[in-house]
Design a protein around this ligand. Structure first.
Ligand SMILES: *[C@@H]1O[C@H](CO)[C@@H](O)[C@H](O)[C@H]1NC(C)=O
Ligand SMILES: *[C@@H]1O[C@H](CO)[C@@H](O)[C@H](O)[C@H]1NC(C)=O
Ligand SMILES: *[C@@H]1O[C@H](CO)[C@@H](O)[C@H](O)[C@H]1NC(C)=O
Ligand SMILES: *[C@@H]1O[C@H](CO)[C@@H](O)[C@H](O)[C@H]1NC(C)=O
Ligand SMILES: *[C@@H]1O[C@H](CO)[C@@H](O)[C@H](O)[C@H]1NC(C)=O
Ligand SMILES: *[C@@H]1O[C@H](CO)[C@@H](O)[C@H](O)[C@H]1NC(C)=O
Ligand SMILES: *[C@@H]1O[C@H](CO)[C@@H](O)[C@H](O)[C@H]1NC(C)=O
Ligand SMILES: *[C@@H]1O[C@H](CO)[C@@H](O)[C@H](O)[C@H]1NC(C)=O
Ligand SMILES: *[C@@H]1O[C@H](CO)[C@@H](O)[C@H](O)[C@H]1NC(C)=O
Ligand SMILES: *[C@@H]1O[C@H](CO)[C@@H](O)[C@H](O)[C@H]1NC(C)=O
Ligand SMILES: *[C@@H]1O[C@H](CO)[C@@H](O)[C@H](O)[C@H]1NC(C)=O
Length: 782
């Protein structure tokens, strides 16, 4: 059976914009080729515009402020507040003059490409302005004592109330990002309207989740297009879709139509129906509304009641409601909540009220706690997308429909940090994508960054996300705060340490805006309690440089494989699959065995010289700049008296040193997975990695003799315990494992990574001194 990300049987066929005929891979949203003002006018013209706009902006905002009493947000009313407001407003004017910051999108990794310029007029400190002309009007619905069942009198209720639609066109005219997203949503809505309704496709253990998310994505875009145009063709197309996916040709013609045994599917389809019901409420006929409502009750919400009521009775459909701190809890509670809020008042069965009585408290003890106290998502960097999309949609829907988040924003005081998690997992060669990657994202985006940026007053979250390929989305039109201005990178630290015991990871970089910069990320953390989405990967790392990933991850195995999700116990069948085994990670293997699942690794030492990028996109790393991280991984291994793994940047973040100080009575193997072509020098201590035109040299510095590189295929060892009968491993085409094998003993194994940066000669690289890991400091390698 096909893994969910390699769907050779795409139900959408060649009409599917995600489907690649030749590879069969369903790719992420294709790269967008923008023509920004940077390209249209060239940098010199843009600079003139900026200077004029700065002056105009300051004058304009002073006048404006003196005639306005509406001040909210970051800056106060003092004279320094006035100045802050003025400079924020001028920055907003500059932003408008420039248009969109990036000049395009990297086609391989879909990264925004920032202009390389030291002109910093627009790239100011992230801030929200208090310009009342740019703020949303006040919400007329202000219940003094909010209750989930006391909903606003007008429609829509969900995420986008009427008072916001009324000013949206005007805001689109004011803001280049909104303008582009609006165009993109219309383009997508048009493309999708020319396709057939989504066809039922049961994809093994991933159920019909792709179907349901695809319907949700379409319904959002079509309902948006209707409200922006009043053209009923969008309503009619939505109606066709909804009838089809609740009709006899879509799946079993009974209550299991939306596949409640894999409840994500039911939840996402219910959310889609709720959005259509609510956003198109004024134009749907009474019959249409009644049909939609009945379908939501039969196939969605009554299935939800059943799931909640049978949470712990062994009924599988509700397992996610049993205090599950992961994406399932967010997606399922959100779908039920959006559906219930949409039909509240029209549903005479009491089901909507019943659902809200379950879903809100359930999300407060599950979904909202899936973020650890350092902001990390408990599953993986990819699952953050699914979980935060569910959490954000649910919080936003409750805020708009009933006037309160009912604790979803506050029950966990660390949700405000999760945008930093996302930003620091974002490398230049894609995410630090440890563990499972999840199914196709479709309607799951990183646009929770907008809602969180607004709610928690973190302008850098807004500024980061607005440049990303997945920003165009109806939600963004309402969550993005157009008073946000400046550059997300201005003042953003290059390094961050995430020390919660569950995750324990760190990321270092040499720039936020140069796609060719260095990015290093490494992890330890516990090997259980990640909703069985993790790998046995203590010490696992990635390295990006020169616009590509040199040390990388293999990703998910086949979700339909036997035992893949059986458990995270030591003897779980999951840990038989190469991509999940310790040998499939970039770490040390002892005696060719998996790490111990009950390991309690410790961060023993870490540091950063603490640089933050300035406003320029051209960042010069200072001479002594470095960051390092050392973890004690001994508890992950048997027969191992001590094992510290450390990583650090050297030489102005141009080189990386990875060091393992280990004592074990079993054979050791150092392993790293790479897409590069690997050539090992005759002396065995230097490996040359080649990807495209780029080169990285990897050298063994210690031990000074007896340690040499070899390469292996990314497959299980012949004497590994066998896969379950009939199971096969996912192939890893193009991947080579670079290895170093050592006999039992005590070592300080030091490996140096030298990306061959343009213009750097051999003598520009440093050879660091040998320093035991427990003595590493910020200056130990100067
Ligand atoms: C939104 O985009 C559509 C399609 O490009 C366009 O026709 C419409 O004018 C845009 N709306 C606004 C308010 O600019
Ligand atoms: C949406 O439209 C944009 C702009 O035309 C395009 O690049 C993108 O591929 C479309 N997305 C989908 C999912 O079709
Ligand atoms: C759509 O109809 C509403 C209600 O009649 C009206 O307020 C709005 O201006 C119309 N929008 C457009 C784009 O015609
Ligand atoms: C949408 O359907 C309604 C009802 O059948 C019809 O009156 C209307 O003309 C349709 N709209 C378009 C644009 O075809
Ligand atoms: C499926 O259900 C619908 C409505 O419940 C009914 O009208 C239709 O005849 C059913 N189709 C089949 C094939 O049983
Ligand atoms: C629902 O339909 C499926 C597929 O046709 C069938 O296997 C199942 O037994 C039906 N369930 C009920 C309760 O009728
Ligand atoms: C979830 O945990 C809370 C607090 O420990 C507990 O009160 C509640 O009963 C649990 N919920 C479920 C569905 O088990
Ligand atoms: C996040 O929220 C907590 C609790 O309200 C607060 O103490 C902390 O300062 C906030 N952190 C940031 C970075 O805003
Ligand atoms: C190889 O490249 C692909 C595509 O960019 C990437 O997803 C994967 O993580 C890379 N693998 C390694 C081991 O770097
Ligand atoms: C390590 O040793 C313990 C105790 O003998 C054993 O239970 C465990 O399975 C071993 N771990 C591995 C990965 O073999
Ligand atoms: C090993 O060989 C490479 C390539 O010839 C060379 O650059 C490197 O200095 C040699 N290393 C040692 C330790 O001799």
């Amino acid at each position: 059976m096909a893994p969910s990300y390699h769907n050779a049987n795409s139900p959408y066929g060649s009409g599917d914009p995600y489907y690649n005929e030749s590879s069969g891979y369903i790719t992420p949203m294709p790269a967008k080729k923008r023509t920004s003002n940077w390209i249209k006018f060239g940098i010199p013209v843009a600079i003139c515009v900026i200077v004029a706009a700065v002056v105009g902006g300051v004058v304009g905002s002073r006048n404006h402020n003196s005639s306005s009493s509406s001040v909210s947000g970051a800056a106060g009313g003092s004279s320094s507040g006035d100045q802050a407001a003025a400079s924020a407003s001028s920055a907003a004017s500059v932003k408008k003059a420039i248009g969109i910051f990036p000049t395009g999108t990297d086609s391989l990794y879909l990264l925004p490409l920032y202009p390389s310029t030291t002109n910093t007029a627009a790239f100011t400190t992230p801030t929200f302005s208090t310009d009342s002309a740019l703020l949303w009007p006040d919400d007329p619905f202000q219940p003094s004592n909010p209750s989930p069942t006391n909903v606003r009198p007008d429609r829509p209720r969900l995420i986008a109330p009427t008072y916001k639609w009324q000013v949206l066109s005007q805001r689109i005219a004011t803001d280049p990002y909104l303008s582009e997203w609006n165009d993109t949503i219309f383009g997508n809505a048009t493309a999708w309207s020319n396709l057939e309704p989504v066809q039922y496709f049961m994809d093994g253990s991933s159920g019909i989740l792709d179907n349901c998310r695809y319907v949700k994505e379409r319904v959002k875009a079509w309902s948006y297009a209707y409200r922006m145009t009043n053209d009923t063709k969008w309503v009619n197309r939505t109606w066709t879709e909804l009838q089809y996916v609740a009709g006899p040709d879509f799946g079993p013609n009974n209550s299991t139509k939306w596949n409640p045994s894999h409840f994500l599917d039911t939840a996402e389809m219910t959310a889609a129906f709720g959005i259509a019901y609510d956003w198109l409420y004024d134009v749907l006929t009474a019959d249409q509304k009644s049909t939609i409502l009945q379908n939501m009750l039969t196939y969605g919400l009554s299935q939800g009641v059943h799931a909640y009521q049978n949470v712990i009775s062994g009924d599988f459909s509700g397992w996610w409601a049993n205090n599950i701190t992961g994406n399932w809890n967010c997606v399922c509670n959100n779908g039920m909540t959006m559906g219930a809020l949409a039909i509240l008042g029209d549903d005479t069965s009491g089901t909507a009220e019943q659902i809200l009585g379950y879903s809100i408290p359930n999300a407060l003890t599950g979904c909202a706690l899936a973020i650890t106290d350092d902001g990390s998502w408990t599953e993986t960097a990819n699952y953050w997308y699914f979980g935060t999309t569910g959490h954000a949609e649910m919080a936003s829907s409750l805020m708009t429909a009933a006037g309160s988040d009912f604790g979803l924003f506050t029950v966990n005081p660390s949700i405000n940090l999760t945008g930093f998690y996302h930003m620091h997992t974002s490398g230049f060669g894609s995410l630090f994508n440890y563990g499972d990657h999840g199914p196709n994202k479709y309607s799951s985006t990183a646009n929770s960054m907008f809602l969180y940026g607004d709610h928690y007053q973190q302008p850098q979250y807004m500024l980061f996300q607005r440049d990303q390929h997945d920003a165009p989305d109806p939600w963004s039109m309402f969550w993005y705060d157009i008073t946000a201005s400046g550059a997300f990178w201005d003042g953003l630290s290059l390094d961050r340490f995430f020390d919660n015991q569950l995750d324990q990871w760190a990321a270092f970089r040499s720039s936020w805006t140069d796609e060719n910069a260095l990015y290093v990320a490494i992890k330890a953390g516990q090997l259980q309690n990640h909703q069985t989405h993790n790998d046995l990967d203590l010490g696992d790392f990635v390295i990006d440089a020169l616009g590509t990933r040199w040390a990388g991850e293999l990703g998910s195995g086949d979700y339909n494989s036997i035992g893949y999700f059986s458990s995270d116990d030591q003897e779980s069948q999951r840990w038989l699959y190469y991509r999940k085994r310790t040998e499939g990670q970039n770490t040390i293997l002892v005696n060719e065995l998996n790490q111990n699942v009950n390991a309690e690794p410790k961060i023993v030492n870490s540091g950063s010289t603490g640089e933050a990028q300035g406003s320029s996109t051209v960042y010069q790393v200072p001479d002594q700049s470095t960051a390092f991280w050392v973890a004690d991984l001994t508890s992950g291994y048997n027969d191992t008296t001590s094992f510290l793994r450390g990583i650090r940047t050297l030489n102005k973040r141009q080189q990386v040193l990875l060091q393992d100080d280990i004592t074990t009575s079993q054979p050791i193997m150092w392993r790293m997975h790479t897409n590069a072509t690997v050539t090992i020098a005759a002396n065995g201590t230097t490996a040359t990695l080649q990807i495209g035109d780029n080169t990285m040299q990897v050298q063994i510095l210690s031990p000074s003799s007896g340690a040499t590189f070899a390469t292996m295929d990314p497959v299980r060892f012949p004497d590994d315990p066998p896969l379950p009968a009939g199971a096969v491993d996912s192939p890893n085409p193009g991947v080579t494992v670079l290895t170093i094998s050592l006999s039992p003993g005590t070592y300080s194994l030091q490996v140096l990574f030298n990306p061959m940066w343009e213009g750097m000669s051999a003598s520009d690289f440093v050879t660091p001194p040998s320093v035991p890991l427990d003595q590493w400091t910020l200056t130990s390698h100067n």
